[in-house]
Design a protein around this ligand. Structure first.
Ligand SMILES: Nc1ncnc2c1ncn2[C@@H]1O[C@H](COP(=O)(O)OP(=O)(O)OP(=O)(O)O)[C@@H](O)[C@H]1O
Length: 302
């Protein structure tokens, strides 16, 4: 379990993380979302003790990172896939990490296999594609078989097959009871991967809820209807007082009411419907709706 308590970080008087409180629970993939510059990477760096908080604290298994004995066994992290020593081989890099953390050498081959890099194990990292570097970073995070994982943009640079692989991996790790925190800008991917979301903007907590509940709360639900006689439907929509907008294809989109109510209205008016569909906003739409203020603030500040 990872805990963030009253976490605040200022750089040169600018507050980039502002009183954050949240938990990353075991058995769940928690998506960490926020517009560019919201403070996600800074928060992860603070959890890993790579920087000091201005106020507040972060805990891994109830202890600050600096107090962890063999930290790779407690929390694995993928931060910046570029920050690798290019002259080393993949296996050499992992062996060095394993040795530094008192981990057995056999873990190196296990994690290379787990991330699909066995065939490239003897190659120098400088020749790796971004996708291969991401896989190597994931291997390093898994090396200590830790109960908690933090991955910053792990799908960055991965092809569709790689993205599916990460999704399955993260879900599998959570299913094993691990706490998984993952940031990404790919909303469709997050909607498929994360059970829970922590959303921040300007360093502050904007939402901490189940993914489905977040979409319910911040997204809109539209009922899309089409009738055999479009003119009759248009007249009904005009009279109904509903929040209805015509779509380009002759359909109408209605918000703020239930599908049953529209069906009943149409039936009472003799309007024959041949399409009635409930459409919910995607995670991306819900996210954009909730973070607009945050984005605007930064645009002005910039
Ligand atoms: N070492 C540093 N010195 C000064 N400012 C910093 C430092 N690290 C981060 N910042 C600033 O803190 C803010 C938050 O950055 P951070 O990288 O944590 O955001 P992010 O949410 O991860 O963004 P992105 O989605 O773009 O990766 C940014 O305005 C950034 O410029």
């Amino acid at each position: 379990m990872i805990k963030v308590e009253g976490l605040t970080k200022e750089y040169g008087g600018v507050r980039v993380v502002d009183g954050l409180d949240f938990e990353v629970r075991p058995g769940v993939v928690t998506g960490f979302l926020g517009p560019n510059g919201a403070g996600k990477s800074t928060t992860m760096r603070l959890v890993l003790g790579l920087d000091r908080p201005t106020a507040g604290r972060t805990l891994v298994d109830g202890r600050p990172y600096a107090e962890l004995d063999r930290p790779l066994r407690r929390v694995g992290a993928l931060l910046d896939a570029h920050a690798l020593h290019g002259g080393r081989t993949a296996r050499g890099h992992l062996r060095w990490l394993a040795a530094a953390n008192g981990l057995p050498d056999r873990r190196v081959d296990e994690v290379l296999d787990q991330v699909g890099l066995t065939d490239a194990a003897g190659r120098r990292i400088r020749g790796f594609s971004l996708g291969m570097r991401q896989r190597l970073g994931v291997a390093a995070a898994l090396l200590g078989d830790p109960p908690a994982l933090m991955l910053d943009e792990p799908v960055n640079g991965l092809d569709p097959e790689g993205i599916r692989w990460i999704r399955a991996l993260l879900r599998g790790l959570a299913a094993e009871g691990r706490a998984v925190l993952v940031s990404s800008h790919l909303m469709t991917e997050m909607a498929l991967t994360a059970d829970h979301l922590v959303v921040i903007g300007r360093g502050r907590l904007l939402a901490d809820s189940a993914t489905a509940a977040f979409i319910d709360r911040h997204g809109r639900t539209r009922i899309r209807v089409r009738a055999v006689d479009p003119a009759k439907l248009a007249a009904l929509m005009g009279r109904s007082g509903l929040d209805a907008q015509p779509a380009a294809d002759g359909a109408w989109e209605v918000t703020g009411t239930a599908a049953e109510e529209i069906a009943a209205l149409a039936s009472a008016d003799g309007v024959v419907l041949y399409e009635i569909a409930v459409q919910q906003d995607s995670l991306e739409e819900a996210f954009m709706r909730m973070t607009t203020d945050s984005v605007e603030y930064r645009a002005v500040a910039a």
